[in-house]
Every structure is written in C-alpha cells, then in structure tokens.
Design a protein around this ligand. Structure first.
Ligand SMILES: [Zn+2]
Length: 427
C-alpha cells in the first residue's frame, strides 16, 4: 500500500478553509478548490512506498499495471486508473458545464491533437480522450444547478418575471418574450419539449449584447420588486440564484440559463450523479466528487474561460429530467456504497467504531482510501498502513483484501471514503 500526497487546485472559486478543516491541514492562504486523488496525467498523486521511495501514481501504475489494477480493470479500461476522486470546496459557483460521451471525447481529442492545438491553449476543449461521468456526495449543505427541468416550469418562471416587470413598470425585454414563446412550443411529445428547451437555450447562449442587457434588466426589476414587496416569495430560490450569479458574473448568459435548470439543495450525505450530456453547475458547498479519470469540460457560462458554443450544443442533452439523486446501499458489514450507473467507479463510506470488528473494504482491482475523521489502520495480507486524519492511500489490486479499523485506544469513530471499480455483474 502507498501513502498519497495529492495535488491541490487553487481555482478562484475555492473555499480558503473548507478542505484544510476537513482534513486537519494548515490552510495554504489562498483558495483551495479541489484536492485531486488519482493518476490523471495533469495532476497525479505522489505515491510513497513503505521503504520511503516515491513515484507519481500514473508512473507506478504504468510500471506494474497487472499488480496495481488487476487483470479485469486492465481488460476493460486499459493501463490507467479508471477513476479520479476529488474533495471539492466551492465558495462561489463553478462554471456551467457539460461532459462528453466516450465516443465524442475519443474523436474530438484526436481531432484537436491532429490540428496541433496545444493542450494548455485557452481554446482547447479536450484534455484527454476519456468521458467524465461524475458523482458528488455532499459533506455540507451543497447547492447545484443540474439538468433541465420541465419546460412548463421554466416557462412559468419567465412568465412570473414578466409580471414583475409589469408591477415595477419596466419594459419586459423582447428576448425574454421570445424565450417564453420558445418554451410554449413544449406541449405535446417529449421530442417537442426537447426542441423547445433547445430553442430557449440556444437563444440565451447566442444572444450576445441582447442577453447582457436582458440580464441587467432582470436584476434591476428584481431588486425594484423586492424593495417594493420584501415579503414576496414566489420562486424565491431561483430568483435569488439569478441575483447572486449576476453579482459574480454580471451579464453572463449563465445567469438566465439557470432558470432552465433544476435547482438542487443537497444535505450532508445526499448525492447526485451526472451522466454525459447533463448540463450542471455546482454553486457552493463541500463534497466528495468521483469521476472517470478525465478533465474534459465544455463550458456554457459562469466563467471567464473559453466557451465553444457549437461544441457545447453538440454535447448537451436537451431533455427535461428529474434530479438524478442516488442513495447508498448498505452492506452487511456496515459500509455504505453509492453505485451510479457507470462502469468506472463506486464510492463507499465506512464508519469504523472503536471495539467493533474491522470492516473489509469493498475492492475490485485498484482502491483509493481517504481518512476524514480519526486515524485508521488498513490491514492487508502484505502488511499494515496507518492513515492519520486527512491521510490517503492507494491500495494495489494485488494487496486485496484490506480490513479497516480505528487505531487502538481511539475515543470515537473513524470515517473513511474509498473508491474502487464496481463489482463485476453476477452471471
Ligand atoms: Zn462537471
């Protein structure tokens, strides 16, 4: 087993304290947005062997793929760690974004490589050739925008805005009248609804200055209406989101696009999963995020970064969907497992009570482990590894099975999160 030293990504939206508080570390002093646990070539973890030697996790796997990943994972995913785990701490919204399918990522990555676009270029869309299905488990209250809601609901919010404009005697922008008529075409089949959502989305993302002006008019009207009627609470959460997004990205198309999306509030322990094509934005909160090992993101707003509208329109799935919540199943041995409908990963949480039998961690091939509360002993047939609060480890396939238990004399429960590939389907 290998101790890991993980890379911290200091994106501007990151909380300066949430990750260090969770892991018992000294804050860096700047924003701490994401801690990456994995072998993605852009920020691989550094693995320390029991003899003290170190190697980056991607190199360690490349040197002994069979021992590290196991034959099944190699056959299915090739010689790379199939998943990437992150602790994500947002004090401001992340960009509105969508991730490609596997086929699309393979094609588009090859195309950008062939065109010679440098990987770090601002207009480069595809960082690798993989898809990026993801899951986020909230550790604090966690807010997000996630997938399209039914067009009738979005239409009702825009109609409500038009009423507010009337009350404060402002002219309702023509662009937003057109959005209402786009969404009105949703009556009928699912295909009609998808076409209506696509039309409204396209109008808002390609509207240029007209959109900037509409965002500004909406925020002015909302503020005037709130001043006149402070107790007015219809669509409070959606409209408060519009105002707070505009405070950070004034005039950005994402401010109004947010009204087309499900507005989700997760409590600690609740999770959602996001397949390819699901447009989403995390707004604030601390969570454990797991994904296929990829950094392929197409942005649609709420960002100063490159937005490639044609590529985005090809990637977004324009379909109203319920919020893709996922609950954990519990094993007989006491851990909870979140298993989204993806091949690359599952997430488990084991709560290790003192004086209780050890919990055998679910492991299919490679395993990442992170101790977030208390100290933990990982006990494998090839030796033990102690993880202090905040420490993490990579357990090679060949060192399975691992039992986890708190250090002796621990006063309270220890908590570990662990990521592995899903169990093979029963025959
Ligand atoms: Zn995402």
């Amino acid at each position: 087993m290998f101790n890991l030293t993980n890379v911290l990504r200091p994106y501007a939206w990151g909380s300066p304290t949430a990750i260090s508080t969770l892991l018992g570390r000294t804050p860096s002093g700047g924003p701490e947005a994401e801690l990456w646990l994995g072998a993605h070539p852009d920020s691989p973890s550094l693995a320390t062997a029991p003899d003290g030697s170190t190697k980056s996790l991607d190199a360690l796997i490349a040197d002994d793929p069979d021992g590290m990943l196991g034959a099944d994972a190699r056959t299915e995913f090739g010689d790379r760690l199939p998943f990437l785990a992150k602790i994500l701490a947002a004090s401001q919204p992340l960009s509105l974004q969508v991730h490609p399918t596997l086929a699309q990522a393979k094609d588009a990555f090859a195309r950008e490589e062939a065109a010679g676009i440098p990987r770090a270029a601002a207009d480069r869309n595809y960082k690798d050739d993989n898809h990026k299905p993801e899951l986020i488990l909230a550790l604090t209250n966690f807010d997000a925008l996630c997938g399209f809601r039914p067009a009738t609901q979005s239409r009702a919010v825009f109609k409500h805005l038009s009423d507010l404009f009337e009350q404060v005697e402002e002219a309702f922008p023509q662009l937003l009248r057109d959005v209402i008529s786009d969404l009105s075409a949703a009556e009928g089949s699912e295909a009609d609804e998808s076409a209506a959502i696509r039309a409204a989305f396209q109008r808002l993302i390609t509207g240029g200055n007209e959109v900037t002006d509409a965002v500004s008019a909406v925020v002015t009207a909302l503020n005037a209406s709130r001043a006149a009627q402070p107790t007015h609470t219809a669509y409070l959460r959606e409209l408060s989101t519009v105002i707070s997004l505009n405070g950070i990205y004034p005039g950005d198309p994402g401010v109004l696009l947010s009204l087309l999306l499900n507005r989700v509030s997760l409590k600690p322990g609740e999770a959602i999963y996001l397949p390819a094509g699901n447009i989403h934005a995390y707004l604030q909160g601390l969570g454990v995020e797991v994904m296929a090992s990829s950094d392929n993101v197409l942005r649609g707003g709420l960002t100063p970064k490159h937005v490639d509208v044609p590529e985005l329109m090809k990637t977004v799935e324009f379909r109203a969907l319920p919020v893709p919540r996922i609950t954990a199943g519990s094993t007989e041995l006491g851990q909870e497992i979140w298993q989204p409908p993806f091949r690359e990963f599952q997430l488990q949480r084991a709560i290790l009570e003192p004086d209780r039998p050890p919990i055998p961690l679910a492991q299919n091939g490679p395993l990442l482990v992170l101790a977030v509360t208390g100290s933990v002993i990982l006990d494998s047939p090839r030796g033990d590894l102690v993880l202090a609060h905040g420490d993490s480890a990579f357990v090679p396939a060949r060192e399975s099975p691992v039992n986890a238990h708190p250090v002796s004399g621990a006063s309270g429960a220890a908590v570990v999160y662990a990521v592995t590939v899903p169990a093979p389907a029963p025959n």
